[in-house]
Design a binder for this molecule. Structure first.
Ligand SMILES: Nc1ncnc2c1ncn2[C@@H]1O[C@H](COP(=O)(O)OP(=O)(O)OP(=O)(O)O)[C@@H](O)[C@H]1O
Ligand SMILES: [Mg+2]
Length: 387
């Protein structure tokens, strides 16, 4: 079970999550480092201003000016203790400052939400400080947003690649399906035609009446199989059919071949006509597949119920059995070609049914409910266009 859940998709997802989280963690780490360095630069800026204001020495002035000017990208605003701008600032839009009197105050607000201001003591008795509110440098902004942009681009590419591969795989799969089906129909067609000829000859002798009767049934079945394969290999023509007699006929056919201990029930909820656009040959095949699976799922005794009801927009067909049930994690898997738990199964019944319902009838088929040891309900949903 572990292996079934832990498939290659899970592995790729785990690796992807690993890459994404390590990228995010690394960028947070770098960003924190930059933040520390920038705070040190803001502190140096504040200290330089303090030294500058208390000295007339040209060397000191040149040195402090250099420190102040070195910072050419972190926006800084100096305020007094009460957060009122003193008029000293760097790396801010001077045009905006001149046109909007409250701009500096607004920026102080904004910066205070980003970082605590750096405080520089000007006088110790009584304690007076200058505060330096600062924003984010371009580098810090890039470090913060670049990985996100990068991840979005990577995700976009993965998405496109995945869809391209998937549709490529699907169209390949479709070609194989259609090709195999058409070839099978073709190969079956020739011997069936010849068998029909032989039946004609046999039927000329009255002694053969019983044999001819049985042979006809088998040949008709073979014709039906050939017809099914022919139709699934091309796009079938849909016709309006009353589903009640249509499904009843399939149920009768299966009933005759089922062990007696299995009870079949049909429930139409008082309706006697539920019309739908279907390809009868293919639709019968789906019902047959579901009923066969239900029969296989019931060990000795049990019930199979076919219930159909319509609403304004949809027709619901539920096939319920009291068989062994399906585990939740396999609800989608059972529809994959080749998935089987049976010794003599091909694992094709449900994938074929899904293909017929979804691609030829524009409907849906899924497991509505299942419980281990209690039973399963498969549901088909078709559009209600003719009632
Ligand atoms: N009604 C059901 N109850 C329990 N298990 C089911 C039921 N229907 C399908 N399954 C499970 O889904 C699997 C796939 O079903 P599917 O009809 O596609 O293939 P299969 O019946 O195994 O073989 P095939 O139909 O090709 O002969 C089955 O092997 C079975 O394990
Ligand atoms: Mg099956």
């Amino acid at each position: 079970m572990f292996q079934q859940i832990f498939n290659w998709r899970t592995a790729i997802s785990v690796i992807a999550i690993g890459i994404v989280s390590s990228t995010i963690f690394y960028s947070i780490y770098v960003s924190n480092k930059i933040a520390k360095e920038e705070r040190a630069r803001v502190t140096a800026f504040g200290e330089a201003l303090k030294i500058k204001s208390g000295s007339n020495d040209p060397h000191v002035l040149a040195f402090t000016n250099q420190i102040a000017l070195e910072n050419d990208d972190i926006p800084i605003i100096e305020t007094n203790e009460k957060n009122i701008p003193t008029g000293v600032f760097i790396n801010l839009d001077t045009v905006l400052i001149q046109s909007d009197a409250s701009y500096l105050q607004k920026m102080v607000q904004k910066f205070s939400s980003l970082h605590d201001p750096v405080q520089v003591e000007i006088v110790s008795h009584p304690l007076t400080v200058n505060k330096y509110f600062y924003g984010e440098s371009k580098l810090q902004n890039e470090v913060r947003f670049y990985p996100i942009i990068q991840l979005i681009i990577v995700a976009f590419f993965i998405f496109i690649t995945f869809f391209a591969l998937r549709s490529n795989y699907r169209s390949l799969q479709n070609q194989v399906w259609a090709g195999m089906a058409k070839e099978t129909a073709h190969q079956l067609g020739t011997p069936v035609t010849s068998l029909e000829g032989w039946i004609e000859i046999l039927s000329q002798n009255d002694d053969n009446e019983k044999i001819v009767e049985e042979l006809k049934k088998d040949v008709n079945r073979l014709r039906l199989v050939s017809d099914r394969f022919g139709k699934i290999g091309s796009s079938p023509k849909l016709e309006i059919k009353n589903l009640i007699p249509q499904i009843s006929a399939v149920v009768d056919y299966m009933k005759r071949r089922a062990p007696e201990k299995i009870q079949f029930t049909c429930e139409w909820f008082g309706e006697n006509k539920i019309n739908a656009n279907i390809s009868a040959t293919l639709f019968d095949w789906v019902i047959e597949n579901l009923l066969k699976n239900s029969l296989d799922a019931i060990e000795a005794k049990g019930n199979i119920t076919l219930a159909m009801q319509k609403t304004t927009h949809s027709i619901f067909i539920d096939v319920t059995d009291t068989g062994k049930g399906i585990e939740r994690y396999q609800f989608d898997k059972v529809f994959k070609p080749g998935f089987t738990t049976k010794k003599r199964g091909w694992g094709l019944g449900l994938s074929l049914s899904r293909r017929i319902i979804e691609q030829s009838h524009n409907g849906k088929i899924f497991i509505k409910h299942s419980e281990l040891g209690k039973g399963t309900t498969f549901r088909i949903v078709l559009k209600n266009e003719n009632n």
